[in-house]
Write a protein that binds this ligand. Structure first.
Ligand SMILES: [Zn+2]
Length: 419
């Protein structure tokens, strides 16, 4: 998690109510620590239902060859010899409004194509990049983080030999990603969210100097920025989308107003722990993106990612106890704000305990009590640990490989919510 200026200015202060508020406000930003490096997600909000089909591929690539059912394809203009095409899909659930916006990547690729063909690159070409929606919002985001983002620096990046060498791979990747099943990704996310969940997002595959991906303006105009990475397959892209869309859908519907109000009345230390329990949302998102508890969460990842996950999962019991000890230290007021921030961040890791412990708890709850019960726990974090404990105790009675349980005193200490 990115440290807020307020917390940085009070390095030795013990835990405060202010810390809890900051963490609550920043929780979605804490999600996807690795993927969403320094993302600027805001806290949850309620979206207005958008009862219309709205999946568009706002892009300048050639019309997509896709097996998906397309309601219509509307030619809306040409860009550098490519056609901009708008697709709508009949199968998109009404709760979802997701657009893939590739205008920045297309405009950059057009310049790379001209450079390769030794054609002059005009001011119009550059303006097409700089006025693209992807570029404009990327710039806004970088500037909001006080990072330098100058058009001239970007020109240098686009004209670099390194990018020229990658031009073909980038174009192939964009085509591959543009054929991704966005509807399917949204459906995966919705399957692990309450009925009232809404998903509204624009997805920007972008060619840019930094190799990070992030979410932006989740409250107002939710955006998912994904660094256009040739190493990412279409399937992995879909998996990542489902994961991110789950976070966005979660933000639109959980926790409920009533749960939020109840949690707001708790002592700050308890609130802090419950806020951090919400970081297990990484595990929920992994499960949702995989499509079910029997599907490996890295089924479509590179082998090394899957190996890392399996290795980390072998430490589940130890990791659960590490997180427990962290929670207990907070409840006993033994940590400074900085220490809390540091440990919470370390549990993101590449895919640390917020992912692995969160995933395994979710899987066990779903397999023991069904998905509806899991969704109930997703939306009221007070229920997650006690429900997991009950499921694990049941599991331990018949298994030779016992699972660690959260200590009863800690679980009781933060409260269980209403059953
Ligand atoms: Zn995530």
């Amino acid at each position: 998690m990115r440290r807020s200026p307020v917390l940085q200015s009070a390095p030795n202060k013990r835990f405060s109510a202010r810390t809890a508020v900051l963490l609550i406000d920043n929780l979605p930003r804490m999600y996807c620590r690795r993927l969403l490096k320094r993302g600027r997600a805001a806290s949850s909000s309620t979206f207005v239902s958008e009862p219309f089909v709205d999946v568009r591929v706002t892009m300048g690539m050639k019309p997509l060859t896709t097996a998906r059912i397309l309601l219509g394809a509307f030619l809306i203009g040409g860009v550098f010899g490519f056609a901009s095409v708008c697709f709508a899909q009949t199968s998109m659930p009404p709760a979802v409004s997701v657009r893939l916006v590739t205008d920045e990547a297309v405009a950059v690729l057009a310049i790379l194509a001209k450079r390769k063909a030794n054609q002059p690159i005009t001011e119009t070409d550059w303006q097409r990049v700089f006025s693209s929606e992807g570029y404009v919002r990327l710039k806004q985001r970088e500037l909001s983080l006080k990072r330098s983002f100058e058009d001239n620096d970007f020109k240098t990046f686009v004209l670099s030999d390194q990018l020229a060498e990658r031009a073909q791979a980038l174009e192939e990747t964009l085509t591959r990603w543009s054929n991704a099943d966005i509807t399917g990704a949204a459906r995966l996310a919705l399957a692990y969210l309450p009925k009232e969940a809404r998903i509204r997002a624009k997805i920007y595959p972008v060619i840019k100097p930094r190799e990070n991906s992030f979410v932006f303006e989740v409250k107002t105009d939710p955006a998912i920025f994904l660094y256009l990475d040739p190493a990412v397959s279409k399937e992995k892209f879909e998996n990542t989308l489902a994961h991110e869309l789950h976070h966005i859908g979660y933000g639109s519907s959980c926790p409920s107003k009533q749960v939020s109000e109840e949690i707001a009345k708790l002592q700050p230390r308890k609130r802090m722990v419950l806020t951090l329990v919400g970081a297990f949302g990484e595990g929920f998102a992994m499960l949702a993106a995989a499509g079910g508890p029997d599907i490996h969460p890295h089924a479509v990842s590179r082998p090394e990612e899957r190996t890392r996950w399996d290795k980390d999962m072998a430490n589940f019991n130890d990791d659960l106890k590490k997180v427990e000890s962290f929670f207990v230290s907070i409840l006993e007021n033994r940590l400074t704000d900085d220490e809390i921030q540091k440990t919470a961040s370390s549990f993101f890791g590449v895919q640390g305990p917020w992912y692995t412990v969160g995933w395994k708890m979710s899987v066990l709850i779903e397999k023991t009590y069904g998905r509806a019960k899991l969704i109930e726990c997703i939306c009221d974090q007070r229920k997650l640990l006690p429900t997991y404990n009950e499921a694990a105790a049941k599991h331990n009675r018949i298994s030779s490989e016992p699972l660690a349980l959260w200590s009863a005193s800690m679980v009781n200490g933060i409260g269980r919510g209403k059953h």
